[in-house]
Every structure is written in C-alpha cells, then in structure tokens.
Design a protein around this ligand. Structure first.
Ligand code: PHE
Length: 358
C-alpha cells in the first residue's frame, strides 16, 4: 500500500511541477481531489479497512493530501503571478508621453488684434459695444445719412437678403450701425469701441467678402477735432509700439461725418519691405470725422449741445501691417501651418502693463 502511495505522490508532484497554465493545475487538482479523484477514492476505501490498517494508511493519506494541497496552492500562486506580470507588461500605459506639439492651440491674428484693441482703448476709457451682423437698412444706411443713391447701397457692395414683410435685411457693410444702436440706447456722454465682422461683395487679393472693422464713437459736450487727432495718435503709437510715429489727416468724405478725414501712418517703404513709425512715406489705415449733425438728430441727440467724433478701421489691414502678414486671403484659409506660424499664445493675453504681443 505504501509503495502505491509513494508512486501516486511522485506522479502527482511531477505533474504539478510540469504544469504551465492555471488550467493544467486545475486538471491535476480534479484528478486528485475531485469527486472521482484518486485521493478521494483512496479516502473512501479507508472505511473498508481493518482498524490497524486504517490507522497507518489514514495517517499516510492525510499527510500526502496536505502535502499535495500545499504544492498545488504554491504552484497556482506562482502561475497567477506570472500571468499578472504578463498582463501588466502587455497593457502598460506610458503616462510619461508628452502631448504632441500639434495639439497646442494658437490664437488667430484677427482675435489677437481685437484683444489688443480692447486693451488699448479700454485703458483710454472706451467701453465695449456690439451689434448684429444682420442689419436693417435704417441702422446700416438711413440713420447714418447715407441717401438711397449712395454707391454703398448698390448691390455690388451689399449682400441683401430676400425682401420680406418686415423690410429688406442685409449683412452690415461696416461697423458704423453700432454707432446708431448705441446712441439710440444710451444718453451722452458716450465713449465706445465696437469691433466685429463686416461684409461686402468684394473678393480679390486685398478684399475679402467677410472682413473685420473696429468702430469708435465719442459723444460729449465741447468735443472737437483736436480730441479726435490726439486719440488716434495715442492709439496708433500704442498699437504699433512706435513712440514717435506721426499721422497725416487728409480731407475726405463720409455721409455720416463732417468734416471727414482719412488717416495715414508714417512709414518707410524700401524695396518691398516696410517699416512703420519712421521715414517719409504714408499708408492709409482708417476713416474718421466729426459726427454729422444730421446723424445726431436722427437718434434724438441735440447737435447744439452735443458733438462727437467717430472712426472706423479695417482690422485685417492693421494686423497685416503690424505682423508682416503678406496675403489677406490666408486669414480665412483655416491652414493649421499658417496659424502655427502667425498665431499667438493662448495663455499670454495682451495688456498695456504686461505687453501687447508675445
Ligand atoms: N464706416 C466707414 C467705412 O466703412 C469708416 C468710418 C467710420 C468713417 C466712422 C468715418 C467714421 O469706410
């Protein structure tokens, strides 16, 4: 009997040692301890033995059973550890991988310029105003003293919507309707800027059907052209970061200002390169003037008591000049390479004290 037990133990021990998988270990366990397992059967046979035989065989069987259970458990644990390590290796996440550079966003130069404009004019005491892109004839033209025969009203300039019961709507052709909306809404003194989208049926190398302007409006008592000049001079020097930059005011015409002027900045043109704030050349950047008395009357402000000035500037143009961007059309191409090159950090916001651009 003990020979047979020895043989059984040796055979089971070598099967346990040879097992490579948890399934093989389970198979050995069932062969020994299952309902019809070899050890289970031997245990059952004890009842048919004599007392004497049962005592010696029983003790040997118990010892063997304990021994094999421990070996099975140890082997199982060993195989589980191996399996876990394999999984950990296979499913490893490399958390040290840094973000890919193209995931870093950039601020579009138009947004950057608008933020700079808000910072500069904000410092000068201007409030921020806005109006809708879809306008009525009244705000865009009529109240601004633009008569029906004015060329700006003709369809080659203006995008009109289909006529409706409520009147013909249009895409605003300039930010000047925000002047009207603000004056209808607020009592003087008024001091606002209004940057935003504007639209005209124009499409070539220097014109886009969708572009941006910034409007400025100041209404108060005793406002004169000197205020307009110093305001624009301070602005241009701050924006172009040129302390000695000069401006040139040329007489011009706008239906909603009288007198009106176009403003040029001082620059030096040299074989295709351009330096702003020095030299003897001039570049036009904006239109302005004293608010026409008829416009004030149109919004219920008495021109005998209040006067004011207004200006309007193309945002693309001053952005191209300041940041040396050669082609207007690239602003709207959504080309990530262009934005990576000309864009700005989303973290460093322009401020007067902290610097306008990084
Ligand atoms: N609205 C004018 C334009 O688009 C610019 C302007 C604004 C001129 C305010 C004078 C005063 O050309």
């Amino acid at each position: 009997m003990s020979l047979m037990l020895n043989e059984l133990q040796n055979k089971a021990s070598s099967r346990i040692a040879a097992a490579q998988t948890l399934a093989q270990i389970e198979e050995v366990r069932l062969d020994l301890f299952g309902k019809k397992g070899e050890l289970t059967n031997l245990m059952k046979s004890l009842s048919a033995m004599s007392d004497e035989e049962r005592r010696t065989t029983g003790a040997a069987l118990n010892q063997m059973r304990d021994h094999l259970r421990v070996s099975l458990d140890n082997k199982k644990e060993q195989l589980e550890t191996i399996a876990l390590n394999e999984r950990l290796q296979k499913e490893r996440l490399d958390l040290s991988l840094s973000p890919r550079p193209e995931m870093e966003g950039k601020i579009h130069p138009i947004s950057q310029t608008i933020d700079e404009l808000i910072a500069i004019f904000g410092e000068m005491g201007f409030a921020y105003a806005e109006g809708p892109d879809i306008e009525e004839d009244f705000h865009n033209f009529e109240a601004l003293n633009i008569p029906p025969e004015h060329p700006a009203r003709q369809s080659h300039d203006t995008f009109y919507f289909n006529e409706s019961v409520t009147g013909r709507k249009l895409l605003r052709t300039h930010t000047s309707p925000v002047q009207i909306r603000t004056m209808l809404d607020q009592k003087p003194p008024i001091k606002i800027i209004a940057p935003g989208r504007t639209f005209r049926c124009d499409d070539d190398a220097t014109h886009s059907p969708n572009f941006h302007q910034i409007e400025g409006l100041v209404i108060d008592k005793n406002i004169h052209m000197g205020h307009l000049q110093s305001c624009l001079l301070d602005f241009c020097r701050a924006f172009f970061q040129e302390d000695k930059l000069s401006l040139r005011f040329r007489p011009s015409f706008f239906p909603f200002t009288e007198p009106s002027a176009e403003v040029d900045i001082q620059c030096q043109k040299n074989k295709g390169s351009l330096k702003i704030g020095v030299g003897t050349d001039w570049l036009e950047i904006l239109g302005c003037g004293m608010v026409h008395p008829k416009v004030l009357q149109n919004v219920g402000i008495d021109p005998e008591i209040y006067q004011g000035f207004a200006f309007g500037m193309g945002i693309e143009r001053i952005t191209m000049l300041k940041y040396n961007i050669p082609d207007l059309r690239n602003f709207y191409d959504s080309d990530a390479r262009w934005l990576r090159h000309y864009g700005f950090s989303p973290v460093l916001l322009p401020t007067i004290t902290g610097g306008l651009s990084s």
